[in-house]
Design a protein around this ligand. Sequence first.
Ligand SMILES: Nc1ncnc2c1ncn2[C@@H]1O[C@H](COP(=O)(O)OP(=O)(O)O)[C@@H](O)[C@H]1O
Ligand SMILES: [Mg+2]
Length: 164
Amino acid sequence: MFLMAKLDDGQIRFNQERFDLAALGRQIIHEASLQTGGKRLDFELSCVEEVACFCGDRFYLQQAVENIVANAIRHSNDNGKIGISITVEKGMYHFAVSDTGSGIELQDLPHIFEPYYTKKQAGFHTTGLGLAISREIVRRLGGTITVASRPGEGAAFTLLLPPS
Ligand SMILES: Nc1ncnc2c1ncn2[C@@H]1O[C@H](COP(=O)(O)OP(=O)(O)O)[C@@H](O)[C@H]1O
Ligand SMILES: [Mg+2]
């Protein structure tokens, strides 16, 4: 919870560094593929060429995306697919993470970004803070985060990030 509070009151300084979003996407997928908890998952990265000069805090953006990917892994079944897609539209970067897992119930959708909102799952450690932290990080980066999901059909989270 400390991280949440510190992000919130601006105690944490964000770097302004130029880096390649595609390289970050590759790194996240590589690390995630080593942490599937034994599930067979298919990871896929798709991106355009212009993502090389994103400007912002690489470490915190990675944290934000990793929380989302960890959820995607947890809610996937064997042979599920997890995709990261990075595009640029109208000058905004779209960093999307999609999965083919259990999806999110309609009544949960408005609440999943709230701190401590969690659906307990047997055998898993849940805090309900992952998405709250991701949203706060994205807010600090000047962006927004949205989710689209249908129960049984997976979920897609999109980070909409400004160029700098
Ligand atoms: N990819 C996903 N598929 C299905 N449900 C999800 C997904 N991502 C998040 N959720 C739902 O949102 C809730 C909140 O997520 P999060 O803030 O990361 O907390 P936690 O993972 O600790 O439960 C989860 O408990 C789960 O019910
Ligand atoms: Mg989580």
